[in-house]
Design a protein around this ligand. Structure first.
Ligand SMILES: C[S@@+](CC[C@H](N)C(=O)[O-])C[C@H]1O[C@@H](n2cnc3c(N)ncnc32)[C@H](O)[C@@H]1O
Length: 275
């Protein structure tokens, strides 16, 4: 059975099912006006499985043993938009204010949480490689395995890299040829230095190694205040005292209880007495 075009938009009830699913699994709050967007993101998949409605798809992914389809549905619903050197002020601050003052003989550790398909982590890696005078480590996570796979390959269409400074492109990227004309690939030496792993921000960070800097950008915008608060509590325990948190310029910690000092818009420093 195929879906009729007028079923591209899920019914209100169907929307509520997916709204509650993404909230419980990922912490994402889908507002009502995203009903049409949800339909667009899931429609092709529902159709290719020959299911008659979004409700039927919901039941299909909730069947026992259907973890793979559950993962696929969540991947279709989440927004993975990103690009190289997005919000470049963060990279300037990292270079000019943080890396210029790192303690010698210590390893500088960074975590790009929700790093999507790798553009953010590789922008950090390029900045560190060029400007960090001490050894450094960078880990990058996301909840979406497809974007992580993309990130590990490190191949990007040139259009996605228009904000990548020419000097970094020359130093750290290879130019695609033949079937890869119009693409670039991050050089293996740099790719090897980034550890990509799957991590859901709703999960405990108790086993996470302490880091000097966390990038958590353009993801909290999807969370409600309770979820944000839990994540911020965990991040505080994961950062070293005096460590840094970068969020996006369209996000804020305003209204949450925390131990950070706002240094500049979207740049926070953990109180050095924090654990
Ligand atoms: C809009 S992208 C932001 C990427 C990058 N940080 C940037 O600013 O360009 C948001 C990312 O958050 C991820 N995400 C959503 N919910 C998550 C969760 N609960 N845990 C970890 N990552 C999550 C999505 O998979 C997506 O890749």
């Amino acid at each position: 059975m195929t879906i009729c075009t007028n079923e591209i938009v899920p019914s209100e009830q169907e929307f509520l099912l997916f709204q509650s699913l993404v909230h419980s699994r990922l912490g994402i709050s889908l507002p009502k006006h995203k009903r049409v967007m949800l339909g667009h993101r899931l429609f092709k998949r529902v159709k290719s499985l020959n299911l008659s409605s979004f409700g039927e798809y919901y039941r299909h992914i909730n069947l026992l043993e259907n973890a793979q389809e559950m993962e696929r549905a969540l991947e279709l619903i989440t927004t993975n938009e990103t690009f190289f050197f997005r919000e470049e002020k963060h990279f300037d601050f990292l270079k000019d204010e943080i890396l210029s003052q790192v303690s010698p003989n210590k390893v500088f550790k960074v975590w790009s949480a929700a790093g999507s398909s790798g553009e953010e982590p590789y922008s950090i890696a390029m900045t560190l490689q060029k400007h960090c005078i001490t050894p450094w480590q960078l880990k990058a996570s996301d909840v979406n395995n497809s974007v992580l796979e993309h990130a590990r390959k490190g191949i990007y269409i040139d259009d996605r890299a228009k904000f990548l400074p020419a000097e970094y492109r020359t130093a750290y990227c290879m130019k695609g040829t033949d079937e890869y004309e119009g693409y670039l690939r991050v050089k293996p030496e740099l790719r090897k230095k980034v550890v990509f792993f799957n991590f859901n921000l709703l999960d405990s960070m108790a086993d996470m190694e302490h880091v000097d800097l966390i990038f958590l950008r353009n993801v909290m915008i999807y969370f409600d205040d309770d979820t944000k608060q839990k994540i911020v509590n965990n991040l505080q325990k994961t950062l070293k005292p005096g460590g840094w948190l970068f969020i996006s310029h369209s996000e804020t910690l305003h209204g949450l209880s925390h131990n950070f000092e706002l240094i500049k818009p979207a740049i926070y420093k953990l109180n050095s007495k924090s654990e």
